[in-house]
Design a protein around this ligand. Structure first.
Ligand code: FAD
Length: 279
């Protein structure tokens, strides 16, 4: 069982618990993106098994009628085993998602995976004519070109700042530069991109920029934030009528994810400490 200290960031160990979490968030008008924790499998077995879980999960989301969708990681569904294993599993999940009308996101991992992830997404998004979204990272210097390429691809783009420590030759390293590029890319999306726009950020400045651009270009957008991070803001935005999606990970491999969340910010570490000492 997941200890209460970790359950702020992780929606349980089982799919049933994760769906239950989605139901609770839906009550506050927040939709939920479910992600089964797992990555970097170097054998086909676990990659296929996690793909099976996603297929079942989209069926469960459809049958429960929850306002929820799923997000997969390429290395979770076979990319480290081989491009073709990833492509086969991605296609299998995309077919199930399309059949059950459940939205399918693909996370973006480190820069060595960008080309194959983009190619696979573009092929499937064109074939299924949307219903799918891809995460792109503002810190990578290549991203403006990638967004030009994706401009007429149906689906959605989740713009994030980028979570991986990439080499300076290919990535912006200064936070102020990443923030500047993020807002430029956001403007490009509002201006040129045919599909849906997701602001994958907890940053009030990026969310305010999206709000202004939406008014200027008269376009919709959505905000995506992680479970356990600025949840008050998630509810407030939803109450104001912004479409908010909470990214909620679940599954047996919760410890590593929880540890990352606690290490990355003082607020999260303080929360964990309070839970331990009971204050
Ligand atoms: P930061 O630049 O970290 O912080 C800016 C401001 O936001 C802070 O000053 C503060 O005001 C506020 N803030 C941020 N965190 C907190 C907090 N914990 N508590 C209170 N206030 C806070 N990265 C990838 O590389 N690939 C992915 O597929 C991917 N998917 C993601 C999906 C979602 C839904 C989200 C939200 C992020 C995802 N990321 C992904 C991570 C992303 O790249 C960033 O590393 C991460 O979101 C931190 O950047 P930020 O824009 O949220 O805010």
């Amino acid at each position: 069982m997941i200890p209460p200290i970790a359950s702020k960031f992780v929606a349980g160990e089982s799919a049933a618990e994760a769906l239950d979490h989605a139901r609770q968030m839906n009550d506050d008008d927040v939709a939920v993106i479910l992600n089964l924790l797992g990555e970097h499998y170097d054998e086909r077995g676990p990659a296929d098994e996690d793909a099976d879980v996603y297929v079942e999960l989209v069926e469960d989301i459809a049958s429960t009628g929850l306002d929820a969708c799923v997000s997969v990681k390429p290395s979770q569904i076979g990319l480290d085993v081989g491009d073709e294993v990833f492509e086969e599993n991605y296609r299998r999940i995309a077919e199930a998602a399309d059949e059950h009308d459940v939205f399918l996101w693909c996370d973006m991992e480190d820069h060595e995976t960008t080309d194959v992830t983009l190619d696979a997404f573009e092929e499937l998004a064109r074939e299924f004519d949307g219903g799918m979204g891809l995460c792109v990272q503002a810190n990578l210097k290549r991203t403006p070109d990638d967004l030009e390429r994706l401009a007429d691809v149906p689906g959605k783009i989740r713009l994030v700042k980028g979570a991986y420590d990439e080499p300076a030759a290919i990535a912006h390293k200064k936070k102020s530069k990443v923030d500047e590029v993020y807002t430029d890319l956001l403007e490009f999306l509002f201006d040129e991109y045919v599909g849906g726009i997701a602001v994958g950020s907890h940053d009030p400045k990026m969310i305010a920029a999206a709000r202004e651009l939406a008014a200027e270009y008269d376009r919709d957008y959505e905000v995506q934030m992680l479970m356990g991070v600025r949840e008050d803001a998630q509810r407030e935005l939803a109450a104001e009528g912004v479409r908010v999606w909470q990214y909620a990970p679940y599954g047996g491999k919760w410890f590593q994810y929880f540890y990352r969340r606690v290490r990355e910010r003082k607020e999260n570490a303080l929360f964990a400490l309070r839970a331990v000492v009971g204050i």
